[in-house]
Design a protein around this ligand. Structure first.
Ligand code: FES
Length: 224
């Protein structure tokens, strides 16, 4: 068998008969939420186009998108479960299971990868004693690997709980960050202004990141 043959499913198939987390009584929108949904529907030529917003509302209301919550969102827009499920699984920002208080999405896409994204991910795994995708025993942190979060210029970076970007990460920054989060202090969302001048960038190259120091080679991370 060549090393490129697929030996296991790339995506784990969902449990076909999961235990329900939410009862029918809980699975209802309030009048206010229903009003909001109607307003979203009015923005599009077809109701189904509002699925991303309705899923987001479901996640905020229930904490995560359990299958029955996805079903509620699908029913709300008169679409099939599989259509709504497909949208929810395309974006890692939609949580399909319960997460920790803080979800740490470390970008391991190409730019962050060559700037040490996997080193940051592995440092977090070791520090918090979890594997990627797991939640710490105290329920405080979930560590995830994310695809490009659109902030490649400040690599390596991560996002906290779908809202706060932390840039140009180092182990020291991670230490400070975890300490702050444990104390309930979430940093403000920040964006980074990068130098626009070529001289300042040393011939259009980043000078503030030592790209040769990363320990985890970018390729072969997922190849057995
Ligand atoms: S590769 Fe990490 S933000 Fe784009």
């Amino acid at each position: 068998m060549s090393k490129f043959d697929i030996q296991k499913p790339i995506v784990e198939l969902p449990d076909q008969d999961p235990e329900r987390e939410f009862s029918d009584d809980e699975l209802v929108w309030t009048d206010e939420e229903q009003e909001q949904i109607e307003a979203w529907k009015d923005q599009y030529p077809e109701d189904q186009a509002a699925i991303m917003k309705v899923l987001w509302l479901g996640q905020e209301k229930f904490g995560y998108l359990a299958p029955e919550v996805i079903q509620l969102c699908a029913d709300t827009l008169d679409m099939s479960f599989s259509q709504a499920y497909g949208v929810s699984t395309f974006y890692h920002q939609y949580y399909k299971e319960e997460k920790g208080n803080y979800v740490l999405d470390v970008c391991t896409c190409f730019t962050c990868q060559v700037c040490g994204g996997y080193d940051i991910l592995h440092y977090l795994e070791e520090k918090l004693d979890v594997h990627t995708g797991e939640t710490t025993d105290d329920g405080m942190f979930t560590v995830q690997a994310a695809e490009c979060l659109g902030s490649c210029g400040s690599a390596p970076m991560m996002e906290i709980s779908n809202g706060v970007y932390v840039h140009q990460l180092t182990p020291e920054k991670i230490d400070d960050l975890i300490e702050s989060l444990r104390a309930g202090e979430v940093p403000d969302f920040t964006s980074v202004t990068l130098p626009q001048d070529e001289d300042e960038m040393d011939g259009n190259r980043r000078t503030d990141v030592q790209t040769t120091t990363y320990e985890t080679q970018p390729e072969a991370e997922h190849m057995d």
